[in-house]
Design a protein around this ligand. Structure first.
Ligand code: ADP
Ligand code: MG
Length: 279
């Protein structure tokens, strides 16, 4: 099967302010993402995860390298990038909702602008998208009247309403109180089970272990290790991966010593990672 997204030697540098120096953030990323897969990107803060995600739909302009979406080179300047972004929609950590618009209007506005729907059609589609995330009854609520988890579900509904082929999630649960994380992960799991292609930057290791088809570990602008979750989480090869997992799993333990933040059904205790990163 052909990948839905492929990058070839993708590089991104930012110019430092007031100097001519370039800060290389992506240093040559070549990845393949298969259709209907859930792909999870993990890695330390500052390793370039968000930049990679934002380069995929060209919210950040890559400095060099190629991105193929369904076989088409979307770094080609003649491509209609708004069309690409509708097909590769992004969900952000901070929801990015308009606070002065109802849940329904947040979605229908995007549909009218991007999909050029009339008011009635946009409204109908917005309600349908809200139904998919279990928030039909909150259509007329403003974001300020909703919990963080509900706001993020509205943001997911907004992405869904575009009928994207891929949804990019940048730490979708990082801004949420722990008790609200589950409802957002549940919606994401439902999308995954319906075959949506998802690229997810997350620190939710339970979600990653259960849902990911493939895991990329990023470190200092490179893919340091990749593989199925059974390999990456149980038998990581790279020393940096081992160190990262050890640190992050310790953090999760520290938050709630008795219970993992998100239960992973069917995960046997012997699958857990010992302090040296091996079984
Ligand atoms: P991560 O998501 O893994 O934490 P990011 O992709 O956000 O990492 O950032 C990687 C590096 O790129 C950081 O050093 C960050 O400061 C830098 N960076 C990200 N966006 C910009 C930008 N718009 N301008 C300048 N530097 C940036
Ligand atoms: Mg980030």
């Amino acid at each position: 099967m052909a990948p839905i997204i492929e990058t070839v030697d993708l590089m991104k540098s930012f110019k430092a302010k007031k100097s001519k120096e370039e800060h290389m953030v992506l240093r040559g990323i070549s990845i393949k993402i298969m259709p209907s897969n859930v792909v999870v990107i993990i890695g330390p803060s500052g390793s370039g995860k968000s930049t990679l995600l934002r380069c995929l739909n060209r919210m950040n302009e890559p400095t060099s390298g190629k991105i193929f979406f369904e076989g088409y080179d979307i770094t080609d300047p003649s491509i209609d990038i708004n069309l690409i972004r509708a097909q590769m929609n992004m969900v952000f950590q901070s929801f990015n909702l308009f606070m002065h618009l109802t849940a329904r209007k947040n979605i229908s506005l995007a549909l009218r602008k991007v999909k050029r729907m009339n008011a009635e059609e946009a409204d109908r589609n917005a309600l349908e998208a809200l139904r998919k995330v279990g928030l039909e009854d909150k259509a007329d609520a403003f974001p300020g009247q909703l919990s963080g988890g509900q706001q993020q579900r509205v943001a997911i509904a907004r992405a869904l309403a575009m009928q994207p082929k891929v949804i990019l999630f940048d730490e979708p649960t990082s801004a949420l109180d722990p008790e609200l994380i589950g409802e957002v992960l549940d919606v994401m799991m439902k999308l995954a089970s319906e075959g949506m292609t998802m690229v997810v930057v997350t620190h939710e290791m339970g979600f990653a272990r259960e849902m990911a088809d493939w895991v990329f570990f990023m470190d200092e602008g490179l893919i340091a290790e990749q593989g199925p979750p059974e390999e990456i989480f149980v038998r990581p090869q790279n020393e940096r991966t081992k160190l990262f997992l050890k640190r992050i799993l310790k953090e999760v333990d520290a938050m709630d010593p008795l219970k993992p933040k998100y239960e992973v059904p069917g995960l046997a205790p012997e699958d857990s990672i010992s302090p040296d990163g091996n079984r």
